[in-house]
Design a protein around this ligand. Structure first.
Ligand SMILES: NC(=O)c1ccc[n+]([C@@H]2O[C@H](COP(=O)([O-])OP(=O)(O)OC[C@H]3O[C@@H](n4cnc5c(N)ncnc54)[C@H](O)[C@@H]3O)[C@@H](O)[C@H]2O)c1
Length: 236
């Protein structure tokens, strides 16, 4: 498969190594110094572009891919990819987006939904979440924390949203965002009661699992159309 990389930072470089190990060809690498390459023949020849940049540029990057007919897998967080669903489906574009490409995290997301369905019946337990990431991360809470929160909001009737400022919004589930050293990502969900608490945690050892998942998503996306996500690929 011919892959273009958009964003050659921590994720872009890890994805390059894994994609090459899996026998793919990197035909173009675009970062801030060569944005004109979106119009190059090499970029247009890609079967799929993998985009890991910044929340303030992702929309423009994705639309540049659409305009030259290149399918996109994006992992950039801190924007609402779902807002593009209608545009993608109406025009026959292809966008795969996930807030987290790790297979382990996606198992954790499925477990979170299952636990939430059970805890909906147990009013004595109050849910909360903590997410810890490296100090370079721009958005808070993490995109994964928002996905996990949505799994709880959809399934626990007494939770009406999430908040980073629980003192001000008592009906919302509190999320604490901690930024520490080079932590790749830890998410903990806790259901607390007077008598006991239940806690589930996913802890990433490195970025490798995230990058592998993005390459697997690119392989899945090749030849497909529409607005795609991890649920389409993994079907847990
Ligand atoms: N979905 C996931 O599984 C997942 C995993 C890790 C990181 N992320 C997200 O991916 C994004 C990138 O993470 P990272 O750790 O690689 O960050 P990074 O800062 O290491 O890399 C970002 C790169 O994008 C480049 N860039 C900036 N503007 C650009 C533009 N207009 N066009 C092309 N390139 C541009 C920067 O120069 C930099 O090289 C962040 O939003 C992060 O939260 C998502």
């Amino acid at each position: 498969m011919k892959i273009a990389l958009i964003g050659y930072g921590k994720m872009g470089q890890t994805i390059e190594r894994i994609a090459k190990d899996r026998g793919h060809e990197i035909v173009s690498i675009i970062d801030i110094k060569n944005l004109e390459d979106f119009n190059s023949a090499a970029f247009k020849s890609a079967d799929v572009a993998i985009e890991f940049t910044r929340p303030d540029v992702v929309l423009s990057n994705v639309r540049k891919c659409f305009s030259v007919g290149v399918r996109v897998v994006s992992g950039t967080t801190g924007w609402k990819a779902a807002d593009l669903k209608d545009e993608v489906e109406k025009n026959g574009y292809t966008l795969f987006w996930s807030s987290n490409y790790s297979l382990g995290v996606n198992a954790f997301i499925a477990l979170n939904k299952y636990l939430a369905k059970i805890m909906n019946q147990l009013d004595a337990y109050t849910p909360s979440m903590t997410e810890t990431h490296h100090v370079h991360k721009l958005d808070a809470p993490s995109g994964t924390a928002i996905t996990l929160a949505e799994g709880i909001i959809e399934n626990v009737d007494r939770v009406n949203g999430w908040t980073l400022t629980p003192d001000l919004q008592k009906d919302k589930m509190p999320i604490s965002s901690i930024r520490r050293h080079e932590v790749p990502g830890i998410h903990t969900i806790c259901y607390d009661s007077e008598d006991d608490y239940i806690e589930i945690t996913h802890s990433a050892r490195s970025r490798r699992g995230l990058a592998l998942g993005a390459v697997l998503a690119a392989e899945f996306t090749c030849g497909k159309k529409g607005f795609l996500g991890m649920d389409d690929m993994l079907k847990f």
